[in-house]
Ligand binder design. Structure first.
Ligand code: KIV
Ligand code: ZN
Length: 406
């Protein structure tokens, strides 16, 4: 799908699991694994796949090229390759992306004074010049060019406005605002995006994107504030994997926009009650994608991780279990089915009540009389005092014991 800045009616999802996500300590993927993930990302419905950093290694080059070939079909997502603002990086990325129907080159250079002084050892004027030249070079290979002023979150806003104006004038069609070190807070990020909209004269010729890290656990909150202020592309990863504390988690962003669409709709210029989804994502593919990425990268998902953690739809306390059994909306804000899970899981433990216990037994095929249920429930509570979670095996053993001792 080709993306035009003034035709965006949804929030675009740019997945960087295969690039920034793979920068997680300990997460390496081989080429076939990257292709498998890219195919699943396409099924999930992401708009752009950042498939890698082609100049970084021959393996990355090959992965980007193969993904461009196999996933970058005319109906498929945009395939993107990362490149520093250097001639070699950009020409290598262009080469790797050749097979894609919709290739994007994503080039970046730092703009914070800290990075200019200690890392690049360049002046502001020098990086402005380089960015303009390199965006124009990238644009000679493709009409879809993204530019990122690295460490934008700690850059002087006035300099940032100047840099973005220069990049757009040179041909950038997306300008991405990275909070590279996960430093900014939600209201500051919202103000920064609004400042960009108000102070970069040619901003209407580009899509505003955001990219953020989770060093303070704020990446998703920052992005939601950015959407309210005009950002229309979110750069994120599956399960939030990535450099240090990771990137903004795709599943959290998508479900926040989905569950709270009445709140976010007006920021996209729609009536609050519009049912048009805010993204192109098929949320029923979320759980499967999360499991695939976790299995292939070896990065485990914490049990209490929002949306995809094993406890995300589990109810342990008796009061909550009873409420959910009476009506799901009492303690649930979304259906497990909406992320591709078949049913909400009830974990039985010492706080579970009789109603939840009876329901689980029914699910296991046991219909007990009131008297048997009472006896079994007493046994269950005794066991739950010793064991944190009661498995279906335990329940079956209790029921068989009770029915045999009659
Ligand atoms: O965190 C960052 O700044 C990046 C850029 C390359 C966009 O990953
Ligand atoms: Zn990053």
């Amino acid at each position: 799908m080709k993306i035009q800045p003034n035709e965006v009616d949804r929030v675009l999802i740019f997945d960087t699991t295969l690039r920034d996500g793979e920068q997680s300590p300990g997460a390496t993927l081989n080429v076939p694994e990257k292709i498998t993930i890219a195919k699943q990302l396409a099924r999930l419905g992401v708009d752009i796949i950042e498939a890698g950093f082609p100049f970084a290694s021959p393996g990355d080059f090959e992965a980007v090229q193969k993904i461009a070939e196999q996933v970058g079909t005319p109906e498929g997502p945009v395939i993107c390759g990362l490149a520093r603002a250097t001639r070699q990086d950009i020409t290598t990325a262009a080469e790797a992306l050749k097979p894609a129907a919709h290739p994007r080159i994503h080039t970046f250079i730092a703009t914070s004074d800290i990075h200019l002084k200690y890392k690049l050892k360049k002046t502001r004027a020098e990086v402005l010049e380089i960015a303009g030249e390199m965006v124009a070079l990238a644009r000679s290979f493709t009409d879809d060019v993204e530019f990122s002023p690295e460490d934008a979150g700690r850059s002087d806003p006035e300099f940032l406005y100047e840099m973005l104006e220069r990049a757009i004038a040179a041909g950038a069609t997306t300008v991405n605002i990275p909070d590279t070190v996960g430093y900014i807070t939600p209201s500051e990020f919202g103000d920064l995006i609004r400042g960009i909209k108000e102070n970069v004269p040619n901003i209407d010729q580009a899509i505003i994107s955001v990219h953020g890290h989770n060093d303070l656990g704020l990446a998703v909150a920052n992005f939601l504030e950015a959407v309210k202020n005009g950002a229309r592309q979110l750069e994120c990863t599956i399960n939030g994997i990535g450099e240090r504390a990771g990137n903004a988690a795709l599943e959290e962003l998508v479900m926040a926009l989905h569950v709270r669409r009445q709140y976010y709709n007006p920021f996209l210029g729609r009536p609050a009650d519009s049912e048009t989804p805010l993204t192109h994502i098929d949320s029923r593919q979320i759980y499967k994608t999360s499991r695939l990425v976790s299995n292939l990268t070896g990065m485990l998902v914490q049990p209490n991780k929002a949306i995809v953690g094993s406890n995300a739809f589990a109810h342990e306390s008796g009061i909550h279990q009873d409420g959910v059994l009476k009506h799901r909306l009492t303690y649930e804000i979304m259906d497990a089915e909406s992320i591709g899970l078949h049913e909400n899981q009830i974990v039985l433990g010492k706080h579970s009540g009789r109603n939840a216990f009876r329901t689980r037994l029914r699910e296991l095929g046991f219909e007990l009389s009131e008297q048997d249920l009472n006896k079994a429930f007493i046994r269950f509570k005794e066991l739950a005092d010793k064991k944190k979670e009661i498995s279906d095996w335990d329940l079956e053993a209790i029921v068989k014991d009770e029915t045999q001792t009659q």
